[in-house]
Design a binder for this molecule. Sequence first.
Ligand code: HEM
Length: 320
Amino acid sequence: MAILGELAAVLLLPFFLAFLILFGEITKKQERPKPKLPPGPRGLPVIGNLHLLGKHPHQTLYQLSKQYGPIMQLQLGRVPAVVISSAQMAEQVLKTHDLLFCSRPDMATGKRLSYNFSDVVLSPYNAAWRELRKITMLNLLNPKMVEDPSFATMEYAMVELVKNPRVMSKAQEETLRLHPMVPLLISRETMDHVKINEYDVFPKRRVYVNAWAVARDPDFWDQPDEFIPERFVGSNIDFRGHNFEFLPFGAGRRICPGLSFGIMTVELALANLLYAFNWELPNNMKKEEINMEETSGITVHLKTNLQLQATRHVPNVGVE
Ligand code: HEM
């Protein structure tokens, strides 16, 4: 009898274990909250939301964000993407959860362009990127080494800055705000699951921070579409990645390492142009006739060449 009882126990044990596991799984599933995805427009089969992007994705995405909010999820063909359009959300992505958002997606064109991701810009986040970035910063883009050899020319250019430094730098900042050269920053990829406010963002999501939209965030900017350099007078907002409403160079671990170099180059060229010449529209052209259309691509600039009439007003400056 005892033997029979033991035999029954041995035979039933696997069923009992299977029941426990199944029961555990069912209750676990019931306990696990359903993920809450960021809102976004409904997609079409196969292409998802690709058809919505148009020629100027940063502008279209800005309009969509007014409808769906500052964090949206879109389906770009096979790629699920998350788009960030406010300063508060940008801070979460580029500061609070910077590490989880700082990889780059594995895109075929990028792979070819960057010799299998062996450059700083498109490399995923890994030890090789960290080493390369350190070397780039120390040896190539260290502000002490970018003195551009052309210091003499810069000296002339600085005359204007010395005479009028406040106006010059404010105009420059306002230009970077209204026309960020890389409006959607360079796409990022999440390395793990992360929660942004109440929304779940899963690993391997393509992430676009819309710097163009953020710079028009009405919570931070008055008359955001107007060119008003004076808005920077007395303000300590700058473009170095600490103010998330103004991100022309990005922020966080992937911030542009060429920031100082870029700013110095722009400053030098602009100071020379303004110091040496008066600028006017040609042939009685009206300012409303200037074609402000942008090119499309990762970086944007004016589609048609700007034509201006320059009259030299300072002889013998170093702009030959
Ligand atoms: C006004 C000029 C420039 C602007 C507006 C600009 C803007 C940007 C932006 C928005 C990013 C993406 C940052 C992100 O993902 O958060 C970036 C990345 C980068 N920029 Fe610039 N940039 C400028 C000049 C330069 C210059 C002069 C260099 C080098 C000589 C440079 C080298 C890089 C590199 C290597 C990256 C990739 C960094 C990484 O992924 O770790 N940039 N830049």
